[in-house]
Design a protein around this ligand. Structure first.
Ligand SMILES: Nc1ncnc2c1ncn2[C@@H]1O[C@H](COP(=O)(O)OP(=O)(O)OP(=O)(O)O)[C@@H](O)[C@H]1O
Ligand SMILES: [Mg+2]
Length: 145
C-alpha cells in the first residue's frame, strides 16, 4: 500500500496528520522520516489531535519519548539524538512498540533494526521547485515499504 499527498502549508500537513490519527488503530507503529525542519512535528501535532489529544504536543528531542492520553495512548518518539541503537534499550521502547498504544517515531531511519516489520512508514520531502512550503508526504505499509 502506498499513498502520496502534497501540501502547501503547515496547516495542510497538520490536517493530513489529523486524518491519519483519526484512522489509527491500537498497536500500530508509525515511522516518520525526512530532513531537519521538514514538518515531522507539525504532522505529529495533527496526528495527536486526530487521536483526541488536546494537550500541547512538543518535540521530545531531549526526552526521546512523550506519552499522551487520547482515544488510544500515543507514544511520540524523537530518536534524533541517539547515537546507536543500543542506546534505545534504556527507553523501554519494546513495551511501547509492542503494546496497546500507538507509537509515532520521528527519525526512525536511525533505528532501522528496532522498528517492527509491519510499521507504517511516513516520509516527508521538500521540492524547492514547487516553493518553500511545498511538502510531499508518502505513506507506505507492507512488503514494498
Ligand atoms: N507544507 C508544510 N508542512 C509542514 N511544515 C511546513 C510546511 N511549510 C512550511 N512548514 C514549516 O516547516 C517547519 C517544520 O518544522 P517541524 O518542527 O515540524 O520539522 P521537523 O521535521 O519535526 O524537524 P526536526 O527534524 O528538527 O524534528 C515549520 O516551521 C513549519 O511552519
Ligand atoms: Mg521534530
Amino acid at each position: 500500500m502506498k499513498k502520496v499527498w502534497e501540501t502547501f502549508s503547515p496547516q495542510e500537513t497538520e490536517a493530513i496528520g489529523e486524518k491519519m490519527g483519526q484512522e489509527a488503530v491500537s498497536g500500530q507503529v508509525y515511522s516518520l522520516d525526512g530532513d531537519l525542519g521538514v514538518g515531522k512535528t507539525v504532522f505529529s501535532k495533527g496526528f495527536a489531535r486526530g487521536l483526541g489529544i488536546t494537550e500541547h504536543v512538543t518535540s521530545p528531542t531531549f526526552t526521546i519519548i512523550n506519552e499522551y492520553m487520547g482515544r488510544i495512548p500515543l507514544y511520540h518518539f524523537d530518536v534524533y539524538r541517539i547515537s546507536c541503537e543500543e542506546e534505545m534499550d534504556d527507553t523501554g521502547y519494546e513495551d511501547y512498540f509492542y503494546g496497546e498504544g500507538i507509537s509515532l517515531v520521528e527519525w526512525a531511519t536511525l533505528i532501522p533494526n528496532l522498528m517492527p516489520k509491519d510499521a507504517i512508514h511516513i516520509t516527508i520531502e521538500k521540492d524547492f521547485k514547487k516553493g518553500d512550503d511545498y511538502r510531499r508526504i508518502t505513506v507506505c505499509q507492507g512488503e514494498n515499504a
